[in-house]
Design a protein around this ligand. Sequence first.
Ligand code: ATP
Length: 252
Amino acid sequence: MSFFKAENLAIYFGGVKAVDGVNFEINQGECFTIIGPNGAGKTTIFNLISRIYDSTEGTMTFDGQDITKVPPHAIASLGIARTFQNIELFEHASVLQNLLVGRHCHSKTRLLSELAFLPSVRKAEVAHREKVEEIIDFLDLQHYRESLIMNLPYGVRKVVELGRALCTEPRLILLDEPSSGLNVEETQDMSFWIDDIKKDLGITVLMVEHDMGLVSEVSDQVLVLNYGRMLAFGSPQDVQNDPEVIKAYLGE
Ligand SMILES: Nc1ncnc2c1ncn2[C@@H]1O[C@H](COP(=O)(O)OP(=O)(O)OP(=O)(O)O)[C@@H](O)[C@H]1O
């Protein structure tokens, strides 16, 4: 049984068929990558999985559960986290505070107990801190723990955003263009983090990415979209050599 399955997935914005009958299956523990020219529908698929958008047609199944209609706030609790193309962090808060926000979906204490700071709340707080420290160590962010996001270089912010998503303890992580805005060295580091997330943490990765070097290094399967439809599918090498893919990228 596949870990994640999209069947006949479609969304139309007026006359624009942003995603138009797409099928794919992700195996547990792999890195599955979606590539395609600008406007192909890649981010829209992430927005469908995050339930920011309602699909016009089709179904999505995650770990045996139909998630096509679950409310957006339930997605993180089910074990799906994401990062964004344009980093979405609290600029005036520290790295530690931003990572603690990632623990929010695991808060089961009630407001009144929180106000009274009951032992159960204290215990949960300690557990959240421990998880956050684990992620700080995993991503080598110790040096930046107390730094405000606004004072950090872009490359570090990207890693913090990855960290925030990891703090939700996802089973599936969606990475929207993890290398965008990064230089060559930072992109290489990002490829190591993605590999570690997959291999050491056992988290399944679904990635949208333009950098074919990074795609080839970390992906197990690659889906190529064009105008909302599947153009090709296979290993990174297969799709890069596919004449249809080359044509879509370079034009006729
Ligand atoms: N909320 C929306 N309303 C109307 N059209 C939209 C909306 N979201 C996406 N689209 C359209 O859907 C198509 C796919 O957009 P999408 O952002 O998914 O492409 P993409 O493959 O992620 O592109 P890029 O590589 O440039 O990020 C585009 O034509 C876009 O204009």
